[in-house]
Design a protein around this ligand. Structure first.
Ligand SMILES: *Cc1c(COP(=O)(O)O)cnc(C)c1O
Length: 359
């Protein structure tokens, strides 16, 4: 039996990608806002219902662009329950992360904890819609407005997610997404950044390519562009997203039906959310149970991941000293189970039964 990892990257039919490669070979335009990048940006805008959107090289540099474009160099209130990139970018950009604990149901940042963490040096809130579950966007917006703060959403998990019929990427002053190979929609490596603010969008676009356009130099910048080869993968994958999400839903519902819910928990997802089934996290009663279950799965060459562990406030090199008891507790007990479109039904049932036997 072959190994089962937490995810398996989707690949489109090879001939569809080769078709795009033939065009690249004809044009010799490999990068720098080529026709495929332009086409992908237009199609993404229409798919996601966004006015402004920039395709970039990954889902981390877009967070850096967001912090830079908003002029953030002070305190940023952020979530300890996310992928490490969310906090690393704050430190990388020489700003200061201030962790606010999460809500136990949605695993997203707790608005009360945000309010409690505000100081005169606070400039922004950087929150993650973890597993594609929306943060409390209304309360976060109200807090931000009241205190004059910027809101950045790390929406890396949210491709295709809607809240009350509206793309989750449309919330916040700036939202970013990752198109990494492991995400629901991918361009091998890639990411995007969006903002409803046209001026900010122009600044971000400038930062994306060294701060200049042709021979006109305006500002410093970085190289956050992406290539025609990556855009081609995106153009192949975008029409398949509906199918990919439907297949992920099928696997999700199998787990839902076969896991023993007496002893494990999953996040609570509000009915107003149209999901993308990006992850399948389960919370055990203790870390001890988690380790036992993981060992039993590993023995059958099944490799779930501890997403998200450790709680980011406990990373010593970030030099923060703030307890986030909910996040620390949940991080110890969470395992993300294998979930991808063609994961065979028999394997899902086998995984569920190994878990149930080891609770
Ligand atoms: C994947 C991910 C990132 C990083 O994206 P890359 O494209 O790999 O740079 C950032 N934040 C979160 C929450 C992620 O899951």
């Amino acid at each position: 039996m072959s190994k089962i990892f937490v995810t398996k990257s989707y690949l489109p039919p090879q001939e569809e990608y080769i078709e795009y490669l033939n065009g690249i070979w004809e044009r010799h335009h490999l990068t720098n806002q080529g026709p495929l990048v332009t086409e992908l940006e237009a199609k993404l805008k229409s798919y996601l219902g966004l006015e402004q959107l920039h395709f970039c090289s990954n889902g981390t540099v877009v967070l850096q662009l967001a912090l830079r474009a908003l002029g953030i160099d002070g305190e940023v209130i952020t979530t300890p329950f996310s992928y490490c990139a969310t906090s690393h970018v704050i430190v990388w950009e020489k700003a200061t992360p201030v962790f606010a604990d999460i809500l136990p149901d949605t695993l997203c940042i707790d608005p009360d904890a945000i309010e409690a963490a505000i100081t005169p040096r606070t400039q922004a809130i950087l929150a993650t819609h973890v597993y594609g579950i929306p943060c409390d966007v209304d309360r976060i917006e109200a807090i931000a407005r009241k205190h004059g703060l910027h809101v950045i959403y790390d929406a890396a998990h949210t491709f295709g997610v809607k809240l009350n019929g509206r793309s989750l990427l449309s919330f916040g002053d700036v939202a970013t997404c990752s198109f990494h190979a492991t995400k629901v929609f991918h361009t091998v490596e890639g990411g995007m950044i969006t903002t409803p603010n046209a001026e900010l969008a122009a600044q971000i676009k400038l930062y994306r390519s060294f701060g200049h356009t042709n021979d006109d130099y305006y500002d410093i910048g970085i190289n956050a562009k992406n290539s025609e080869f990556h855009a081609a993968m995106g153009l192949c994958n975008l029409p398949k997203v509906g199918e990919i999400i439907a297949d992920r839903k099928f696997v999700t519902e199998l787990y839902d039906a076969h896991l023993n819910w007496d002893k494990i928990r999953q996040p609570v997802i509000p009915a107003s959310v149209e999901r993308n089934y990006a992850y399948y996290p389960v919370f055990f009663d203790s870390e001890e149970t988690l380790l036992r279950v993981r060992e039993a799965l590993n023995a059958e060459e099944i490799y779930p991941r501890r997403y998200f562990f450790p709680s980011l406030n406990t990373l010593s090199f970030l030099r923060v000293n703030k307890a986030c008891p909910v996040s620390e507790d949940m991080a110890l007990r969470v395992l993300s189970l294998p979930l991808y479109p063609d994961l065979p039904e028999a394997d899902v049932l086998r995984i569920a039964s190994i878990i149930n036997r080891n609770l």
